[in-house]
Write a protein that binds this ligand. Structure first.
Ligand SMILES: Cc1ncc(COP(=O)(O)O)c(C=O)c1O
Length: 408
């Protein structure tokens, strides 16, 4: 497993963790030794068959992998064009792709003798996955979560607490993912000895973007294996939603060398990508800068101050994007588009009613783009979209937008 999951695409990052001009590690002196230790441990683990045997065992028996590749027949018929497949990562234990990566990082933390795990979370899915794996291995877990997200993702906050994690609401900024990540980094600097920072997406200082991508690449690797016996060829188009970009990198990475496969990342267009900046489409509406230890596209004002952005989806509400996406965009290997809150909500409802699947609001953005392009594509065109999370956590948000009161 190890060989084909890692190093299959050799162009990035370089030994400084840079993807072109993006990535790198912009961190304080205090953190540098920790980051170098982590990099060394990950390099050892990458080629250690025992590490990958343990990952495989947990992926199979704890997470429930491989997740199915499902032909969305009714949606395909309804749209009348391309043939639509969904990679069902919402069926994983804890309901999203986040656990694929958390398992890898927690196993590394234990190899490094760390006993306290910290994490940031937006939608709460990464927090739930981290709390879950910490409970499984008896580790202390502290999750930083923006106060706004604590409110809009209440079921996940309760889940984390049930699993024994301490959830720390973050009130700075607009109380979303960026602010949670700031506080997690602050915690890490002050607790360097026993603490491991488990980052939930392909962002942060090197080696996180490459390491998280490698752990999530199981998604694309399975798609490759699953589509061949079904269709006898690779998909024509891959589509995934992007917050920081981990589920998307996980789907895309094993296909990067297959130049005939079109790759589309979908950012959160919020209320529309324009000067009001009420969106989280960093590639479409931002420019390069430095945040959370790496250089990438960011939403910022003329002075370089980070803007808060907006998305209906807590998991996409991040003003940056993983550096590898920034690079794939610049070199033209992947395309990036945006979908508004309204379009995502419509896709959410259509998915519930045509496929009997309640999707999270994050993959609803990917689905909305599928809905946009599928009708004009030929019937033998194969689209695979990543259904990276289930929608239970979002029913209160959706109800509110539909004007339905389900709280009382
Ligand atoms: C279900 C789901 N999908 C997507 C995301 C966005 O993260 P990423 O872009 O790293 O996959 C999140 C983040 O919380 C999520 O919960």
């Amino acid at each position: 497993m190890a060989d084909d999951l890692v190093n299959s695409y050799k162009t990035g990052p370089d030994d400084q963790g840079r993807f072109g001009i993006y990535g790198g590690r912009f961190v304080s002196e205090t953190l540098m030794p920790l980051i170098l230790d982590l990099e060394a441990e990950y390099e050892r683990a990458k080629t250690d068959p025992e590490f990958w045997a343990q990952m495989d065992d947990l992926w199979t028996h704890y997470v429930g992998r491989p997740s199915p590749l499902y032909y969305a027949e009714r949606l395909t018929e309804r749209l009348g064009g391309a043939k639509i497949y969904m990679k069902r990562d919402e069926l994983n234990h804890t309901g999203a792709h986040k656990i694929n990566n958390v398992l890898g990082q927690i196993l590394l933390a234990m190899r490094m003798g760390k006993t306290r795990i910290i994490a940031e979370t937006g939608a709460g899915q990464h927090g739930v996955a981290t709390a879950t794996v910490c409970a499984r291995f008896g580790l202390k877990c502290v999750v930083y979560m923006g106060a706004t997200d604590v409110e809009r993702q209440a079921p996940n906050v309760f889940r984390m607490r049930l699993l024994g994690a301490e959830v720390v609401p973050v009130t700075s900024g607009r109380g979303t993912l960026k602010d949670a990540m700031n506080d997690a980094l602050r915690d890490w600097v002050t607790n360097v000895r026993d603490t491991f920072y488990c980052i939930g997406t392909v962002a942060g200082p090197h080696p996180y973007p490459a390491m998280v991508r490698d752990f999530q690449s199981i998604i694309g690797k399975e798609v490759k294996e699953q589509i061949m016996p079904r269709e006898g060829r690779l998909p024509d188009t891959l589509i995934a939603a992007i917050g920081g970009g981990s589920n998307a990198m996980g789907l895309f990475y094993p296909f990067l060398d297959d130049k005939e496969v079109r790759i589309i990342g979908v950012e959160a267009g919020g209320h529309g990508v324009d000067d009001r900046m009420e969106h989280c489409a960093s590639l479409s509406g931002g420019r390069p800068g430095v945040l959370h230890g790496n250089r990438t596209y960011l939403l910022q004002d003329a002075d370089g101050q980070i803007l808060e952005g907006h998305s209906i989806s807590a998991g996409l509400d991040y003003p940056g994007i993983g550096p590898e996406h920034a690079w794939l965009n610049d070199i033209g290997r992947a395309e990036y588009v945006s979908i508004t809150d309204k379009e995502a909500l419509a896709a959410f409802q259509l998915c519930c009613q045509t496929e009997g699947i309640i999707p999270a609001l994050e993959p609803s953005h990917a689905l909305a783009h599928v809905i946009k392009i599928a009708p004009d594509l030929p019937k033998d065109h194969l689209i695979v979209m990543n259904m990276c999370g289930r929608g239970d956590k979002d029913i209160f948000t959706v109800a509110k937008h539909l004007g339905v009161d389900i709280q009382t």
